[in-house]
Every structure is written in structure tokens, then in C-alpha cells.
Design a protein around this ligand. Structure first.
Ligand SMILES: Nc1nc2c(ncn2[C@@H]2O[C@H](COP(=O)(O)OP(=O)(O)O)[C@@H](O)[C@H]2O)c(=O)[nH]1
Ligand SMILES: [Mg+2]
Length: 362
């Protein structure tokens, strides 16, 4: 699995349309193929010229790009947290993703039913957010019960943990997302294990009609501003139809030009996703592979290592970190090593975009 982005939103927001547009856009003409892993899971290789340059230094090794996985998560309706609709399955899927793309319907079409009868992006956003918050409240409260039981045992940190947890539960009970809470370091690990939905990085995708941005997408923009979040506007159906109807890049460019567009949403979505979700790419050269990986900005070297192999986090000893331009300038890893420019980084090192890393594990 690559870095996974879950498409979340109310029914008929355009999630599957966007998923299909992404799938077809690359399946048909891009050199990096999209592969459908399951009916609702697709994986897109991320083009990266830094990986190409690194791979050129190791001609005998196989080049493996990093992937973004898109998951079309159906079933979020009001009261999903209580198991309404496909509520519980939906929530299990969303818990597993690394980031959320919140798709909001911003197109009018009397042929496409709206779950609540009227088009109102702000209300739709609030419904989705409420479902996620209620689910977090439920799971966090359950863990809270365990933490209170632990205060009766010998662990001297248990009371501090329970108190910090109560503060977090209060925060969510006030309708605020986990991402805006102060997380006391005594509960950091437990919060990570709980994987709260409202702690995940996210951005809004305003699914606008064929005419482009409109008053509804402006509502999404203002809602996003209030939350310190970002928005990408996408003409979902138009994009899906264009990629469906065209077999070559040239044909597609002509179609897009008619609508004043220069490219499909695939490229911008991936680029914007990287930027807005604060993702970084690092590279490894191990065994027969030159490979790119995606992690969140600020991840430490052991956390990044866990992307490669889950037990790297525990077995981590140190990371040898190379700067890609320096490595290319040196001509070989050996030359870089001899010039003393390979850094030795410990557990606290935050991985930077473009690092080439050797993980040394026990
Ligand atoms: N008019 C119009 N219809 C759209 C647009 N995007 C999606 N739809 C239609 O809305 C319906 C629901 O879309 P779908 O992607 O299945 O929504 P989902 O329930 O979120 O997966 C489908 O009939 C789409 O063709 C759009 O930009 N304009
Ligand atoms: Mg759907």
C-alpha cells in the first residue's frame, strides 16, 4: 500500500465520479499506470523526476515510484456513527486511511438526488464532520474507561494519562476535532493507536459542475478558511467524461482546451495533495531497488522506516542520510561517503523531502 487518501462525503457528492476520473486518467494514457486493487481502491504511481535522476545512477536497479492510493469510501450518511446505512464498514475503512479528501457537492442537477433535498455545502460539510466527531467521541471514551482502570494498577503515570485523556475527550465533546487539541506527551502513543478520524490531515474537494467554480464552491472556500483547511475545485463529471472519451494525450488536451482547461485534475490533485497534506518523499537504494516513499512531514526516521517494514521502528539504530543533489554531484555513494557528507541521524531526526536514506537496524 502507498500513502492512502480516502474519498469521503455524502452520497451523490461525486466521490465515485472522481475516483473513476482518476482511475481512467492514468489507466489509459499516463506512463505511470493506475491499478485497481479492489473495486473501490486504486493506486497511482507518483511521477517524480528526482527518482528518475537517482535511478539513473543505478542502472541495474529497478525503479519503484511512490504510490498514492485512493479509496472510494461509500456509506457516509447522517447517523452513520450509529451504524446507519453502511455506517460501521465505512468507519473501519476511513480509520485505515492516512488522509481524507472530503468531497463536497457544488453542482446543481435536478436529475441527481440530494440526500437532504437541497444543495447546501456548509450544511453538508457539517453533517460529515459531525459523524466523524461522534465516532471519535465514542472510541476515545472507550479508551478513556481503560485508562481510568489503569489508575488502579501500579503504573505511576496512569493518573496523568487518564487526566490528559479526559481533557481530550472534553475537547471532542465540545465539537472540536482532535487535530486542534493539545495532546499531552503522556498520551501521544495512545492517541496514535486510537487513530482518531478528526486527527487525520484532510482537504476539501469542491465538485463543481461543468461551468466551473460557483457560489456553492465559494461557500466551501469560506468554510475551509474558517477551519484553516484547503480546497481544490474539480469538475468531476466533465473530467470523468473527457478521460472516458479520449484515448490519447493529444485528444484529451484538445477536449480540455475547449473548456479552458490545460490538464486533467489528476496532476494538480496529486501535487496539491502533497503540498496541502504536508507530505514528503524520501528515497531508498537497497538491494535491487531504487525506491520512493511518501510520509507526512515531521515524521521521524523510525516512523518513516516503519513505512518500509513495520518492525523498523523498533529495530531502528540509526539512519544514514544523503542529500540527493549532493549525491548526484558526487557521482556515487562511495564518493559522497569519502567526502564525509553522509549524515548519521538518530531516532529524533525528522525526514526531509528529497532525503536518500539507509536505515541501519538491529
Ligand atoms: N451534473 C453533474 N453531475 C455530476 C457531477 N459529478 C457527479 N455527477 C453525477 O452525480 C451522481 C452521483 O455521483 P457519484 O460519483 O456516484 O457520487 P458518490 O455517491 O459521491 O459516489 C452521478 O450520476 C454523477 O454522474 C457534476 O459535476 N455535474
Ligand atoms: Mg459512490
Amino acid at each position: 500500500m502507498g500513502f492512502s487518501c480516502g474519498l469521503v462525503g455524502l452520497p451523490n457528492a461525486g466521490k465515485s465520479t472522481l475516483f473513476n476520473a482518476l482511475a481512467n486518467a492514468s489507466a489509459r494514457v499516463e506512463s505511470y499506470p493506475f491499478c485497481t486493487l479492489e473495486a473501490n481502491v486504486g493506486s497511482i504511481a507518483v511521477p517524480d523526476d528526482r527518482l528518475d535522476r537517482l535511478a539513473a545512477m543505478f542502472p541495474s536497479k529497478k525503479k519503484i515510484p511512490t504510490h498514492l492510493d485512493f479509496i472510494d469510501i461509500a456509506g457516509l450518511v447522517e447517523h452513520a456513527n450509529e451504524g446507519e446505512g453502511m455506517g460501521n464498514q465505512f468507519l473501519a475503512e476511513i480509520r485505515a486511511v492516512d488522509a481524507i479528501l472530503h468531497v463536497v457537492r457544488c453542482f446543481e442537477d435536478s436529475n441527481v438526488a440530494h440526500v437532504t433535498g437541497t444543495l447546501d455545502p456548509r450544511r453538508d460539510i457539517a453533517i460529515v464532520e459531525t459523524e466523524l466527531l461522534l465516532k471519535d467521541l465514542e472510541t476515545l471514551s472507550r479508551t478513556g474507561k481503560h485508562l481510568h482502570l489503569e489508575t488502579k494498577g501500579p503504573d505511576r503515570l496512569a493518573p496523568a494519562r487518564a487526566a490528559a485523556w479526559d481533557a481530550l475527550v472534553d475537547h471532542v465533546a465540545r465539537g472540536l476535532p482532535v487535530r486542534s487539541a493539545h495532546i499531552d506527551h503522556v498520551i501521544e502513543d495512545r492517541v496514535r493507536e486510537a487513530s482518531p478520524l478528526t486527527a487525520k490531515p484532510y482537504l476539501f474537494v469542491a465538485n463543481v459542475g461543468d461551468e466551473g467554480e460557483n457560489g456553492f464552491s465559494a461557500d466551501v472556500e469560506s468554510a475551509a478558511r474558517e477551519r484553516g483547511a484547503e480546497v481544490i475545485a474539480i469538475r468531476g463529471r466533465l473530467e470523468a467524461e473527457i478521460v472516458e472519451a479520449t484515448a490519447t494525450m493529444e485528444e484529451r488536451s484538445m477536449f480540455l482546451a475547449e473548456f479552458g482547461l490545460s490538464e486533467t485534475s489528476l496532476g494538480p490533485l496529486i501535487r496539491a495533495g502533497y503540498r496541502l497534506l504536508h507530505l514528503v518523499t524520501f528515497f531508498t537504494v537497497e538491494g535491487p531497488e531504487v525506491r520512493a516513499w511518501t510520509v507526512r512531514e515531521g515524521m521521524t526516521a523510525p516512523q518513516a522506516g516503519a513505512r518500509i517494514h513495520s518492525d523498523f521502528a523498533d529495530r531502528f539504530v540509526l539512519a544514514e542520510v544523503m542529500d540527493l543533489p549532493l549525491l548526484i554531484a558526487a557521482g556515487s555513494e562511495k564518493a559522497l561517503r569519502e567526502s564525509g557528507k553522509i549524515r548519521r541521524a538518530g531516532r529524533d531526526y525528522s525526514v526531509r523531502d528529497g532525503d536518500v536514506i539507509h536505515f541501519i537496524c538491529s
